[in-house]
Design a protein. Structure first.
Lengths: 257, 496
């Protein structure tokens, strides 16, 4: 695809509650793959530019929705964009922000804001698709640079991006990693969607599940595996809650503040 | 009363900003610098296993996850009473030097430096890395990208990822270094030493060679005589990864050094009603308000503070630059905040030299990576020097290692009081009766806090290095009289 800047697909990046690590990874990708800048027209990207636009076709959203006021902004993005992509674990899952969903929110607010807690309209952290329809996801905390480039490429070819739909264990086997359970650690690999090259297990650290659940994960079998390794239900829940609070624990015990 | 608001577009629930209040005469009545809190991290870490903290707290910030990763791992060591293996400590420090190298490079070339290279009054469209490249030469752009990439590569090799590394755990690390990787790091480190020397020369030529900038740096607007803090090794040389925290008074006299576990003997926190962040101060000196001098407990923790609080640098080339720094600026301590940019480059050189030292250490490819914790966990403190100041993680756990309480004093928090003072002083000196508040003037106010590189990611780390600011001027009815905007030039796309 080529053409004048005006003919290129107009792309915007938006951020909600997050650490911005995913946008920083996008900036990294634009540096290692500068040719991307020849096939899209980035019209809004706060991390790199203060230009603003209300005319875009593709919207990338980083971060969770953590305030009622965020919802309106999200709906506006949905109305404007043809294609909405959740960028990273906060947008995809609620991510780290959702840990607090298991704690009484007034408690969290008072801890942070003291007697001014009422001033801040924080509510349980939501994934973007809990508020608006999302057309595609680039998972991970942070996102994988190569996967980002791949998804964008596929999108520009007019195809629907597909993510690997098998558990992390398969990638780990392909890499011939020693199973971290063999080292006496816990790993969410058996239920987590592959696609990051199993970085954490390859570096000797159990998978945290930042890419979300694979479709139809065998949770019962997984919980048995954890139980075999001497983990209590509370410890298993703790493990799952790092990234997967909304996906695995929400119905059980979400406390609305 | 007129009110000017400098409102960096924040990522953290939208309440970090500068308010400048003018009185009826048009003079500055007061300034407030409000910093957003950490998204409740201290609270929601409670109930989680302490081993998880290195990978959880790094998610506080995508700009400096390595600092939280290290402080959390060290606090984890302390909680379990386990000493990491010697090789593990070196590997952690090596990763950390890679991080420092990238971070300091970014600050100088993309954030703080453009004010000097281009001049504080230069149009905002030029006051960025692109302007620097245009003025100094195209070649420099490639070098800056290379420098950032090299630092990141070290982090990625040892930490798994450039953003949010995952390999430091209580008792050591999970990943070692192969001989091939070691050689690559050594090569990058040697290039890094050259790059740091080049950067110092650039500073010397462009900034110290220009009488206007020398006056600006040495002038009163950006000067505060406060206490200084920084971590030092057993020889009182600057150390980013380990050691004791040294405190010196405004005359440069060392008041003492504390081990991480003793930080509460030295630091207390003051609360103001208009902001949710606390102001740390030196407990033994006491809180005397937003004022400098020997009787005020206000301290600073930045690259300049680290140099002031130490007796020198642990590597030879950085030591030469350290001496040159104090010889040129009139001896220790240096109180001029804008000299922080120079101090940062001295540290850049140290980071590169230390990187090579570690990469050539015969133990660095050892496979003795981890000592398994055997004691019952209780309580522990971990301290590292984040690029923006001393970073303290303090954890309390039950006997299973589940956190019962967490206290974090992040780099920027240390500097909250001095930043507030600097903004006020700059605003008062620059905005006077009848002054038209324009972009250049606001930049001079911004420069007051850009020197501290506050990790306010949204603000100073909004690449390519300028802060998206919107300044709203209101009359005393609260009506908007004027809106001034500083727009960032969409260009230099940094690596993260």
């Amino acid at each position: 695809m080529s053409g004048t800047v005006n003919e290129l697909p107009r792309v915007a990046f938006f951020d909600f509650t997050s650490c911005e690590g995913c946008q920083l990874t996008v900036l990294d990708a634009l540096q290692t793959h500068p040719e991307l800048l020849k096939v899209v027209n980035i019209v809004e990207f706060r991390e790199a530019s203060s230009a603003r636009s209300e005319d875009y076709q593709i919207a990338f959203i980083e971060g969770s929705c953590t305030r009622p006021g965020d919802e309106e902004r999200l709906r506006k993005i949905r109305e404007t964009a043809v294609y909405v992509i959740a960028l990273g674990a906060c947008a995809h899952l609620g991510g780290i922000n959702a840990i607090r969903n298991r704690q009484p929110l007034l408690d969290v607010r008072q801890y942070v804001y003291g007697d001014k807690a009422e001033w801040y309209d924080t509510y349980p952290a939501r994934a973007i698709d809990q508020v608006i329809q999302v057309d595609a996801v680039i998972p991970g905390c942070p996102i994988d640079r190569d996967e980002f480039v791949r998804v964008v490429t596929v999108l520009l070819q007019g195809r629907q991006p597909k993510l690997p739909d098998y558990p992390m264990c398969i990638e780990c086997k392909l890499h011939e990693n020693i199973c971290v359970y063999e080292r006496g650690q816990v790993c969410l690999g058996p239920i987590t969607r592959a696609g990051c090259n199993a970085i954490c297990p390859a570096y000797g650290y159990g998978c945290e599940g930042c890419r979300g659940l694979v479709s139809a994960p065998n949770m019962e079998s997984f919980q048995e595996v954890l139980a075999q390794h001497g983990l209590s239900q509370a410890e298993i829940d703790e493990k799952l809650s790092l990234f997967l609070t909304n996906q695995t624990l929400l119905e059980k015990e979400l406390v609305h503040g | 009363m007129e009110r000017i608001t400098i409102d960096p577009i924040t990522r953290l629930e939208g309440h970090g900003k500068i308010d400048i209040f003018l009185n009826e005469e048009g003079d500055v009545a007061n300034t407030y610098f409000q910093i957003p809190e950490l998204r409740g991290f201290e609270r929601f870490c409670v109930g989680r296993p302490v081993e998880e903290m290195p990978v959880l707290t790094n998610r506080i910030c995508g700009v400096c996850p390595e600092a939280h990763h290290m402080a959390a791992a060290k606090a984890g060591d302390a909680v379990y009473g386990v000493e990491p293996t010697s090789a593990a400590k070196k590997l952690r420090e090596l990763l950390y030097m890679g991080f420092y190298f990238t971070d300091h490079t970014t600050h100088f070339y993309a954030l703080g430096g453009p004010d000097f290279v281009m001049g504080p009054d230069a149009p905002v469209a030029q006051r960025n890395i692109l302007g620097v490249i245009h003025k100094v030469g195209l070649e420099i752009g490639g070098k800056v990208i290379q420098a950032r990439k090299y630092g990141h590569t070290v982090v990625e090799m040892l930490g798994g990822r450039k953003v949010h590394p995952c390999t430091s755990i209580p008792g050591g690390v999970t990943k070692g270094l192969t001989e091939a990787e070691r050689q690559e790091i050594e090569k990058m480190g040697r290039w890094g030493i050259e790059f740091a020397q080049f950067s110092l020369q650039l500073f010397s030529d462009l900034v110290m060679g220009n009488p206007y900038y020398v006056d600006l740096i040495l002038g009163d607007i950006y000067t505060h005589k406060t206490h200084y803090m920084g971590m030092v090794d057993e020889n009182n040389h600057v150390n980013f990864y380990d050691g004791k925290v040294s405190i010196v008074d405004p005359d440069g006299k060392r008041l003492g050094k504390y081990a991480p576990a003793d930080y509460t003997d030295w630091i207390a926190e003051h609360v103001e009603p208009w902001t949710y962040l606390k102001f740390p101060y030196l407990k033994n000196v006491g809180w005397k308000g937003f004022t400098d001098g020997n009787d005020s407990g206000v301290y600073m923790a930045t690259p300049l503070s680290r140099l002031n609080a130490s007796d020198g640098m642990a590597t030879p080339l950085a030591q030469e630059r350290y001496e040159q720094f104090y010889d040129t600026l009139g001896g220790k301590p240096v109180h001029q905040r804008l000299a922080t940019h120079w101090a940062r480059l001295v540290e850049l050189l140290y980071a590169a030299e230390r990187l090579v030292e570690l990469a050539t250490d015969e133990e660095i490819t050892s496979d003795k990576l981890h000592n398994v914790p055997t004691q019952t966990p209780t309580e522990g403190v971990g301290i590292v020097e984040a690029p923006r100041g001393t970073l303290t993680h303090h954890y309390w756990t039950d006997e299973r290692g589940i956190l019962t309480k967490v206290n974090l004093i992040v780099g920027t928090t240390n500097n909250y009081a001095p930043i507030t003072m600097s903004i006020k002083k700059a605003a008062k000196s620059l905005i006077k009766k009848g002054t038209v508040v324009n972009e250049g003037l606001l930049n001079m106010v911004e420069m007051a806090f850009r020197a501290y590189d506050p990790c306010f990611g949204c603000a100073t780390h909004s690449l390519p290095g300028q802060m998206p600011l919107q300044v709203t001027i209101r009359n005393n009815e609260g009506e908007v009289m004027d809106v001034l905007s500083q727009y960032v030039h969409p260009a230099f796309l940094c690596e993260r």
